[in-house]
Design a protein around this ligand. Structure first.
Ligand SMILES: O=C(O)CCC(=O)C(=O)O
Length: 247
């Protein structure tokens, strides 16, 4: 039986993540993803660095972009090749500056979220968009939550994510409500010198993996523990990520 809109809202509150009933056009997402995957390789090619610097701000490794440039409206896209936690992942901020066709997908996604999650949208709004390009990302950041600030992310897979090898998003269902657990974990992490937001040993019995065809839209409360799955070499996954914050 097809879930109703209210079911999605309830699931988000209870479990911390939910897959929307409606998605985007699979063929359009896949076509755009192939173009982007190819062009990202060119953008990161050191032999093309002068030409590339003219069209985007490019960062490699730990010297990443400033927080402010990610948050406010920016004239150019910011392309960051990660070499720390998610080795080889490319995080593009303001991606529609490079690929304007993404703007339509963002608008369709915002509309779908509004249709299926009206109560959520009364309290939260879309603030910025990133594009994650994972190609051969065989090491990813382990379980973590994002911040104490109430934040949700809406993900749209632009490629088919068929099995664990494609690098699906994972979530510990219900962990967004375990405030005490998170606090204790942080105290322990401080003693052990770990990142305060990490959770090396979450409750695996509540683990869920989000698979789906290109165009799948899901929403995640980032106060809960989550991670991307390390990919099987040769696989790629592209995802649009819309951040939603409290109005
Ligand atoms: O790429 C993924 O599947 C995980 C993303 C993630 O951990 C995040 O956006 O905080």
């Amino acid at each position: 039986m097809k879930a109703r809109a209210g079911d999605r809202e309830r699931e988000l509150i209870n479990s911390g993540s939910t897959v929307l009933n409606g998605g985007l056009d699979r063929g359009k997402c896949k076509n755009l993803a192939s173009t982007i995957a190819r062009e990202v390789q060119i953008l990161l090619d050191p032999s093309e660095s002068d030409e590339n610097a003219a069209i985007a701000d490019i960062f490699v490794g730990s010297r990443g972009p400033s927080k402010r440039s990610l948050e406010v409206e920016h004239e150019r896209a910011i392309v960051h090749l990660r070499l720390d936690n998610d080795v080889g992942m490319v995080d593009v901020a303001h991606p529609a500056k490079l690929w304007p066709e993404l703007e339509l997908l963002v608008q369709q996604t915002v509309r779908q979220v509004r249709t299926e999650m009206p109560n959520f949208c009364e309290k939260h709004h879309h603030t910025r968009t990133n594009l994650y390009v994972n190609q051969n990302v065989t090491e990813t950041r382990s379980w973590h939550f994002d911040s104490w600030r109430p934040t949700h992310k809406v993900f749209v897979y632009l490629t088919d994510v068929r099995d664990s090898g494609d690098g699906p998003y994972r979530y510990i269902l219900g962990s967004q409500r375990k405030h005490l657990n998170r606090m204790l974990r942080m105290i322990q992490n401080r003693r052990l010198g770990l990142d305060l937001r990490d959770a090396p040993d979450p409750d695996y019995s509540m683990e869920s993996e989000i698979l789906g065809p290109a165009g799948t839209i899901f929403i995640s409360n980032q106060a809960g523990y989550h991670r991307g799955t390390p990919q099987t070499p040769g696989r790629h996954r592209l995802a649009l990520v819309l951040r939603y914050e409290v109005r």
